[in-house]
Structures are given as structure tokens and as C-alpha cells.
Design a protein around this ligand. Structure first.
Ligand SMILES: [Zn+2]
Ligand SMILES: [Zn+2]
Length: 425
């Protein structure tokens, strides 16, 4: 039998195959390993993703029913149906929007119609400024005039994507015991291998360069069951943004979310260890269909001290998001106040119970800091700030997760000894 180029995970010496034991053995440290475990530590590389991109584009004969525009000021490419008069750019408010050619642009396949009315969107916007402790004063002391409430169809690409993931983890089980003056920790090292498959449907990625990805991802989820096939008449009274970021440029974001989802799911199946770290990961995404769709958004911009703030409301669900920052001074005041309050009460309680010492004081300070962070975090949450989604959990096809490989192999054991310091009095 040949010597295999694998190295011992315990000491680094080369491993040899023992046909009698059907294992890989280390002559140097004497440990033996299952072949499956050692092979899992040396995974193969993954490939690239291919999606079926949409090909249906606007033709010359669509020009009768559709109008296209380009904004001279911000460059937005827009479209609407023939009878809607476009007077200003929904993004920058500029009145200089010029006719453009409709041919060649990707034709949307589906549209989710607006169900949130202008009045409801206005109410949501006006109600936003009430009861938010960390709202900067510029939003409180000046009128929040709605420059314009813009009814906009935002282009998204919906990605269908299957993912096959193979992840190998280093895992440890630690057990500590005391023997006289010594603290002995036995560490059992394991290798855990998980392989699984998941299918994702209709992960949305916006194709609008003008809108921040954090805003469009914060507007999720949309209910696709309400989508209707695209017809120019659906756009009456609204403007739609042409997808100016093509599907190919957007697929990376969908794949990123898919990879995070399958990683999280596989990690969730590794249980019973003191610590688990990822050793190697190989995720292969298989691209499926890409569907161009228009999503309804009420867009509001408001100007404060030469800065423009964007508010966006999901035109189907009424969910609001924005890029309003938290007031720094107010955040510090709240954090500091809560910290001092909790610490003060703890010290008082400890004094009454006669438990005041440097150790308990440190514990009280940590507790106060944690409470302060939680309170400030909750108050920030009120601001509904736009943030990226981390994964694609909402788009997993129900019951599609299939755990194909799941093994845990014990590798070897190590021991750590530490002399326990005797008490100094
Ligand atoms: Zn060894
Ligand atoms: Zn514009």
C-alpha cells in the first residue's frame, strides 16, 4: 500500500494506510483516523454559477403603448404607459426629463400592483416622527414637508437558485476537573462533516442603481402571489424605473444570501460540542430562472440642512424604511443615563446586602453596560433604518432542505494542565 500525502491532524507527521485496520495511522504520535474523516479535511474546489437570464426585451411596436424617459439631472431611466404624463423625475424631482427610446430594454414579466394608497403612505410618513427618542432634532423642530410623494415601480430581479453545500468543521468537547492544586482540561477533537441541499425561490435583488440596496432589501418581503403579468396599462399614473443594473450584475448578491442561508442551516445541525469552527466550506450554487418584476414603492425625499433623506414605503404591505441616522448626543445620553442608573441601583442593593466588593462591582458594571446597550439598541430600532438582509431564509422552498451527509469523527485527545493559584490573603 502506498504512503498517502495526508498529514496527521494531531502532530503533522505523514499518515500511512493500514490495510488491517482500514485506517490511516500516524507512526509518530500513535493516533489512528477514519479515512472518511481525513478525506473530509481535504475537500475539492467549487465552480461558478450560471443563471438563465431573461431575454424578452421591448420591441419597436411596444413604443405605441409605452413611453421611455431619461432624467437630464440624475440620469435615471424611466418608463410609463402612453397616457401618463411624466412631469418630474421620481428620484431627484427634476422637471427636465426627456423622451428616450423604449426598444431594447428588458421587459418586466410580473408587476405587483399598489394596494397602499397615497393617503395611507402619507399617514405612515407623518406618523414616523412621533415618539422616537433618538430622532435628530432637525426632524422634530422643522416641518417635515413631503417634497413629493412619488409612486414608483422599482425593478427587481427574482432569482431561483439551488445550493449544494459541503462544510467541514473542527469541533471540540472540553471537560475540566480539579485534582488537588491542578485544573485538568481534557479536549476531545472531532471533525464534523455536513453536506446538504436547499432550493430557493424568487430571491429579490433590485436592479435600480438609484436606490440603495439597504433600502430595497429592507422593504422585503413582497407577496408574489399578488403579482400580475406585465401590461403597460398597469403602470397608469405611476413611473417605473428601467432596470439599469442587469441581472448578471445582480446575481452575486442573490448567491451571497443563498450561501449564508445554507451555511447557517448546516451549522445548526452540528450539536453537542463546546466549540465549533468552520474548517472548510464548499458551496455550489446552481442558478435557475431569473424573473424581471416591478415592485410598488412610495418614495419620499425630505431635505434637511442640505442633506436629502430618503423614505421608502412598500406599496403592497405599508412597511416603511429610511436612512435617518440616530442622533449621537441623544444615544450617548440614553446609554450613559441607563448605565449610571443600573449601576447606582446595584451598588445600593449590594451595600444593603453587605456584598460590595471589587468583584461584585465589576459584575454590576458589566450588567449596567449590557442593559444600556440593549436600551439604545431598542431605541435605534424605532428609527426603522434601512439595513441589508443577511440571508435568504424567507425564500427557501418549503421542505427542500436535504441533509445528505452528516458524520462526526473523533480524532484525538489532548490534555491541558493548569496549576490553580492558591489564595493570597
Ligand atoms: Zn501524529
Ligand atoms: Zn432624476
Amino acid at each position: 500500500m502506498n504512503t498517502i500525502a495526508y498529514k496527521c491532524p494531531c502532530c503533522g507527521a505523514p499518515l500511512t494506510y493500514s490495510s488491517t485496520a482500514n485506517r490511516l495511522e500516524c507512526a509518530s504520535c500513535g493516533n489512528g483516523y477514519d479515512i472518511e474523516a481525513i478525506e473530509a479535511m481535504h475537500p475539492a474546489e467549487g465552480g461558478s454559477v450560471q443563471f438563465a437570464l431573461p431575454t424578452d426585451t421591448f420591441q419597436t411596436n411596444d413604443a405605441g403603448e409605452m413611453q421611455a424617459y431619461v432624467c437630464k439631472s440624475c440620469g435615471a431611466e424611466l418608463m410609463t404607459e402612453e397616457t401618463t404624463t411624466a412631469t418630474e423625475c421620481p428620484y431627484c424631482g427634476s422637471p427636465t426629463i426627456l423622451p428616450d427610446r423604449i426598444e431594447g430594454g428588458v421587459k418586466p414579466e410580473l408587476v405587483i400592483p399598489f394596494t397602499v394608497t397615497k393617503e395611507q403612505a402619507q399617514q405612515a410618513f407623518n406618523g414616523y416622527f412621533k415618539g422616537k427618542r433618538l430622532l435628530p432634532n432637525i426632524f422634530l423642530h422643522t416641518r417635515n414637508r413631503i417634497a413629493e410623494m412619488r409612486k414608483l415601480y422599482v425593478p427587481y430581479w427574482l432569482f431561483d437558485c439551488d445550493a449544494q453545500g459541503s462544510i467541514v468543521y473542527d469541533a471540540e468537547k472540553r471537560q475540566t476537573e480539579r485534582q488537588g492544586d491542578w485544573e485538568i482540561t481534557r479536549i476531545k477533537h472531532y471533525i464534523a462533516h455536513r453536506e446538504g441541499r436547499m432550493c430557493f425561490e424568487s430571491i429579490p435583488v433590485d436592479g435600480s442603481e438609484k436606490l440603495d440596496g439597504r433600502i430595497t432589501e429592507s422593504l422585503e418581503p413582497y407577496d408574489l402571489s399578488a403579482a400580475v403579468p406585465f401590461r403597460p396599462s398597469v403602470l397608469a399614473g405611476a413611473m417605473a424605473d428601467h432596470a439599469d443594473v442587469d441581472a448578471h450584475a445582480c446575481e452575486g448578491r442573490a448567491v451571497e444570501r443563498v450561501e449564508t442561508s445554507i451555511s447557517n442551516t448546516l451549522r445548526g445541525t452540528v450539536k453537542g460540542y463546546t466549540s465549533v469552527t468552520e474548517r472548510s466550506k464548499n458551496i455550489r450554487a446552481e442558478g435557475g430562472k431569473v424573473t424581471p418584476v416591478l415592485m410598488p414603492v412610495w418614495l419620499i425625499t425630505t431635505e434637511k440642512e442640505d442633506k436629502t433623506y430618503t423614505f421608502a414605503i412598500n406599496g403592497q404591505t405599508g412597511k416603511l424604511t429610511c436612512d435617518v441616522p440616530a442622533d449621537k448626543k441623544k444615544s450617548f445620553a440614553w446609554g450613559g443615563g441607563v448605565f449610571a442608573g443600573v449601576l447606582g441601583l446595584s451598588v445600593l442593593a449590594m451595600t444593603l446586602l453587605d456584598q460590595l466588593a471589587s468583584g461584585t462591582l465589576l459584575m454590576a458594571a458589566i450588567l449596567a453596560a449590557v442593559v444600556a446597550l440593549i436600551v439604545v439598541g431598542c431605541l435605534r430600532g424605532q428609527l426603522k433604518q434601512a439595513a441589508q438582509q443577511s440571508a435568504a431564509e424567507n425564500y427557501v422552498r418549503e421542505g427542500s432542505f436535504d441533509l445528505q451527509v452528516s458524520f462526526d469523527h473523533f480524532l484525538y485527545e489532548t490534555t491541558q494542565r493548569r496549576r490553580i493559584e492558591t489564595k493570597k490573603d
